[in-house]
Design a protein. Structure first.
Lengths: 100, 146
């Protein structure tokens, strides 16, 4: 049984390594994600963000501009998720005294 | 639960460390415009500084810091800061969370976006800090400790 586990792990690792060998090189300007237009003909958002993030919000950190400005409703959802997780701990973890 | 004496050395060490961790948390929140960081990371650091005193000092010392009943309102205030920023922008005639229309007078639109991002980051940091402290308090209360 242990040999089977190891064989499955090796097979899975070889599949992952084979898939990783086909990834594009980092920082290559000819990558598809750096193109102005994608294969299907729509505009790529990333190139717009890289070019215009500083002019839109005067903030050098592009990640902050994406998180706080372009995708701010998504960040609001994240905050509400964290808030809900905190409220649920009141219900679950707090030791209530049973009145029978 | 086992009886354990308070250790003054541990308490002194955490009292020495806590202000610097808290200062670094605020730095991470407010410097998120220029370096890696932001509301979630900074809020976690603020919570770490509060929890260090709670773990080392116990319930009696932690009563002098942020008290237990104050955590839930702080979290609500953090969420409300974020939501109100979006709502004010919407009431001024724009979209929800469109910071360009926030009522800051005498500033170009890009700088208003800059300040809008900072306001919501502070809201996120406050909420995350309060919620992490709240989770710790509820766990401790369930264990019936000290």
């Amino acid at each position: 049984m242990k040999a089977l586990k190891i064989i499955i792990l090796i097979l899975f690792a070889s599949v992952l390594i084979y898939a990783a060998s086909d990834l594009p090189y980092r920082g290559d300007p000819d990558n598809l994600m750096h193109a102005e237009e994608s294969i299907t003909g729509t505009t790529v958002v990333g190139s717009y963000v890289i070019q215009e993030a500083y002019n839109d919000a005067k903030t050098p950190n592009i990640v902050t501009v994406i998180l706080g400005d372009y995708r701010s409703i998504d960040t609001f959802g994240e905050q509400v998720v964290v808030f809900t997780a905190g409220l649920i701990t009141i219900l679950i973890l707090r030791n209530r005294r049973r009145v029978v | 639960m086992r009886h354990q004496d308070e250790s003054p050395i541990v308490l002194l060490g955490s009292r020495l460390l806590t202000p610097y961790i808290m200062l670094f948390g605020w730095y991470v929140i407010f410097f998120g415009h220029y370096s890696p960081g932001g509301g979630f990371q900074g809020g976690t650091l603020l919570a770490a500084s509060v929890l260090l005193i709670r773990i080392s000092g116990g319930r009696r010392v932690s009563r002098l810091q942020i008290q237990e009943f104050a955590t839930t309102p702080l979290a609500v205030i953090g969420v409300i800061i974020y939501f109100a920023t979006g709502l004010v922008a919407m009431l001024m005639g724009g979209y929800f969370l469109d910071y360009e229309l926030l009522p800051f007078t005498g500033m170009e639109p890009a700088m208003v976006r800059y300040w809008g991002i900072l306001i919501i980051e502070v809201g996120i940091g406050l909420a995350v800090m309060a919620i992490l402290v709240m989770i710790y308090d509820n766990m401790v209360k369930g264990e019936d400790y000290a």
